[in-house]
Ligand binder design. Structure first.
Ligand SMILES: [Zn+2]
Length: 135
């Protein structure tokens, strides 16, 4: 059995929705929402690459941003240093969450990776945080 070429598109199974017989691609995550390098999934360090069909690769990018924002917001809640300490980043993240919520509301997306209620819940939390006076 021939190994697939890393980075190339081949016919296999989507790691998100499980679709087979479709063109799938390895998702390169590059930089995260806050502009930091995404070491974990850089080609050399990526020990278990994931492959996604067209629709899921779109959703994967949305999920990446959602997880970045969720992680930073959790740090903020614990009083740790967070990328969301800055008001402009908080606003940017809040807008991005609304965008993600709107994008996954489209029925064409499989929503194998993201849950709409989780996205909207986090969007509301960020809005609340923005409205609250900083202490
Ligand atoms: Zn898929």
């Amino acid at each position: 059995m021939e190994e697939p070429h890393i980075g190339a598109s081949f016919a296999g199974r989507c790691d998100a929705c499980g679709a087979t017989g479709v063109s799938i691609m390895k998702v390169s995550l590059g930089r995260d929402f806050f502009g930091r390098a995404y070491d974990r999934l850089s080609p050399n360090a990526d020990l278990s690459p994931k492959w996604y069909c067209d629709r899921c690769s779109v959703e994967k990018n949305l999920q990446r941003d959602f997880r970045d924002i969720k992680g930073e917001f959790a740090k903020l809640g614990k009083g740790e240093t967070s990328a969301l300490d800055q008001a402009d980043q908080l606003q940017r993240a809040s807008l991005r969450l609304k965008e993600i919520a709107a994008l996954i509301a489209v029925p064409a997306l499989t929503q194998a990776l993201l849950k709409a209620d989780e996205v909207s819940a986090l969007a509301r939390s960020l809005e609340t945080r923005r409205a609250a006076p900083t202490t």
